[in-house]
Design a protein around this ligand. Structure first.
Ligand SMILES: Nc1ccn([C@@H]2O[C@H](COP(=O)(O)OP(=O)(O)OC[C@H](O)CO)[C@@H](O)[C@H]2O)c(=O)n1
Length: 322
């Protein structure tokens, strides 16, 4: 069923395009373990989840691309294996018959500095370090992939201005000697942790200009970031440090319909005060052997339909197409 403007609406119509999704593969060739808070993690099995995802995406035959929302290899990967582990996971993604778009997560940066990581993940980086970019898979849509570790205490050289800015930011907001600990922090302040980061000024200006351009071109925008951008879709600890500033920019326009993220392994879904859907995807790493967390998203003029497998919950995301 086509719409009056020639674009395709959900429910009965063909999608405009579709793409595969998976997040937090966090592979490492180490025995099963658990998170800092005791949640079981299956470092080797996550590779099998990825392999099943790629097989299923290829069998689907209708997927135009795939996105991994960051944390390709776990920080517990022995450091002399980091390079090969990243190459191994990237190699699995390359079995998908289409382009794969990556973004960086904290665990990527525990393994490799960004100058090594970005070329491996084929993140287009104009100046050798910038990890945010955009692409348009169809005339009416644009995808914006944010770098949530732009201002971060991980990934940049120790004396880099962005490392120093991040450390100062954390010192002023988190009094714990272990800056990964939220102990004593209240409410949303619990996000001021070393394993998170922020979008810097230049990236914020870039975001604003992309959204202005998309608005002029009457394009709808899907924003992707490793770190969640809405407290309704995530627990407090994993949020981007300056999620509120990023959302202020996004809320200046009507073009952003959906924000997708990883990092909070349990996943979540919310609709914010401006009607934007936030869907945090469930992690591959925390799938017990034999279970999965991946999916694909069909994109229409007025909705996105996430078809999830196992632990990744299917979600219909309806929005005003204008
Ligand atoms: N209270 C804490 C929590 C964590 N850490 C250490 O920080 C590093 C990253 O933690 P991790 O849970 O592995 O991070 P993920 O990106 O996998 O997951 C995101 C969070 O779960 C979101 O809530 C790691 O070295 C931990 O040991 C810590 O020291 N203190």
């Amino acid at each position: 069923m086509g719409s009056a403007n020639g674009l395709t609406n959900g429910r009965g119509g063909h999608p405009l395009f579709s793409f595969g999704v998976i997040t937090d593969v966090q592979y490492a060739d180490i025995p099963n373990g658990h998170s800092f808070l005791g949640v079981p993690r299956f470092y080797r099995h996550s590779m099998l989840v990825l392999q099943r995802a790629v097989k299923s995406w290829n069998n689907n035959k209708n997927l135009n691309f795939a996105i991994h929302f960051g944390d390709i290899v776990d920080g517990k990967c022995p450091k002399d294996q980091s390079l090969n582990a990243v190459k191994k996971v990237v190699g699995e993604f390359e079995n998908f018959k289409g382009p794969v778009y990556h973004m960086i997560g904290n665990h990527c940066l525990y393994n490799l500095p960004r100058d090594k990581l970005l070329p491996l993940l084929k993140i287009p980086n104009l100046d050798g370090s910038r990890a945010y970019y955009e692409f348009s898979p169809a005339p009416g849509y644009r995808f914006v992939l944010l770098d949530g570790y732009d201002i971060s205490a991980i990934g940049w050289p120790h004396d880099h201005p962005k490392t120093l800015e991040a450390l100062k930011f954390l010192r002023e907001r988190n009094p714990n000697s272990d800056k990964n600990s939220p102990n004593g922090l209240e409410g949303l302040d619990r996000r001021f942790l070393m394993f998170n980061g922020a979008v810097g000024e230049e990236q914020m200006e870039w975001l604003d200009s992309v959204l202005r351009d998309a608005t002029n071109m009457k394009q709808k925008v899907v924003v992707c970031c490793h770190l969640p951008l809405d407290p309704g879709a995530s627990s407090q600890e994993p949020l981007l440090w300056n999620y509120d500033e990023v959302m202020d920019v996004i809320h200046r326009y009507d073009c952003v319909k959906v924000c997708l993220a990883g990092h909070d392994h349990e996943g979540g879904h919310s609709i914010d005060s401006h009607g934007i859907h936030h869907r945090v995807l469930e992690a591959a790493l925390e799938c017990p052997p034999g279970t999965d967390a991946f999916g694909y998203i069909e994109v229409y003029d007025n909705m996105l339909s996430l078809v999830g497998t196992d632990r990744m919950k299917s979600t219909n995301i309806h929005f005003n197409p204008y």
